[in-house]
Design a protein around this ligand. Structure first.
Ligand SMILES: [Cu+2]
Length: 317
């Protein structure tokens, strides 16, 4: 076991450099302040024979110099940190999406192609991976120390995290939010593999169709198609006479809401439509869509979201 964690991702080393710079800068200032206190305490102790007069004049040069130098140093650290933070938490648009559902006390992972795993996450190296994470119960926290990333996983909403692994290997995954009696058991591993091996792994674990395909089946089973039409093409094609908005091409586009605002239809929006339809109503439609909260599990919601995403006209399933 080595003391230093490996730098497994593109930005892991920079996170370490920043922490080192903050610690080194703080130590230098700590040394300066406490060094002076100790030095003067000894020099001017009771009974020492040093001169105690003169030098009482204020030196503006020194005053201005130390104030501006410390300001510049700490402001520099702030800008560096803010810039790194933005890069760490802004996933590139071409990232490969992987879905994570946390629950007491395990990590359930689902891949785009429908491959599922528990307490393990297989990813290819050299490619940005974006995690879309939610919790079925309490707050958890997805943390991979070798990647220098962690993020809370909250019930009732989607959180996201991204990374790009540079070195193939097996890295430990932890839950770093105390989440109940077996919190300490809520660990797993991230297996980073060369892309060809990853493809092979996907093939070997290929199951009952992609997430979108499974979502399509659920779309029928939960009765969504009754209002939205068999393939999400809207009320006109629906089996009943109900007016419901078409879902084709919904993902990524703007949606005008009844309250006059316009939102972008991302994963969180679609999730809210299914679980909290009363929270946002699409303009021009009757508010008849029922809430599916408590009926559809988080994993099934992810599949429905994947299905609706696949209905984009430019990328048919
Ligand atoms: Cu946990």
């Amino acid at each position: 076991m080595s003391f230093w964690l490996p730098h497994a991702t593109t930005q892991a080393a920079e996170v370490d450099y920043l922490i080192f710079a903050v610690v080194a800068g703080s130590c230098a200032i700590l040394g300066l302040v406490y060094g002076s206190i100790i030095l003067y305490a000894i020099r001017y102790r009771a009974g020492s024979k040093v001169a105690r007069y003169g030098a009482s004049e204020k030196s503006w040069g020194i005053e201005v110099a130390w104030t501006s130098v410390t300001l510049l140093v700490f402001f520099g650290l702030f800008i560096w940190g803010a810039d790194l933070y933005v890069r760490l938490f802004q996933p590139p648009p071409d990232a490969l999406k992987v879905y994570v559902v946390a629950k007491q006390w395990m990590w359930k992972i689902e891949h785009h192609g429908g491959q599922r795993e528990i307490n393990a996450l297989h990813v290819p190296v050299g490619q940005p991976i974006q995690l879309l994470m939610t919790s079925e119960d309490v707050i958890h926290d997805f943390s991979v120390p070798a990647f220098r990333i962690k993020h809370d996983v909250l019930p009732g909403r989607y959180e996201t995290l991204w990374f790009q692994v540079e070195t193939a290997g097996v890295y430990r995954l932890f839950c770093t939010q105390f989440c109940g009696a077996d919190h300490a058991q809520m660990t797993g591993e991230v297996v980073a593999m060369a892309p060809p091996e990853y493809e092979q792994w996907l093939e070997q674990n290929g199951t009952s169709g992609s997430m979108a395909k499974q979502g399509g089946i659920l779309f029928m089973r939960y009765g969504c198609s009754g209002c939205h039409g068999g393939n999400g093409i809207g009320g006109a094609q629906a089996t009943s006479a109900v007016q419901a908005p078409p879902l084709t091409g919904l993902y990524g586009g703007p949606v005008p809401l009844e309250d006059g605002s316009i939102v972008t239809a991302d994963e969180s929006y679609i999730r809210d439509c299914i679980l909290l339809p009363e929270k946002r109503r699409v303009a021009g439609y009757p508010p008849i869509m029922p809430s599916f909260a408590g009926q559809v599990s988080e994993e099934d919601v992810l599949k429905l979201v994947a299905y609706i995403k696949s209905l984009a006209p430019e990328a048919p399933p």
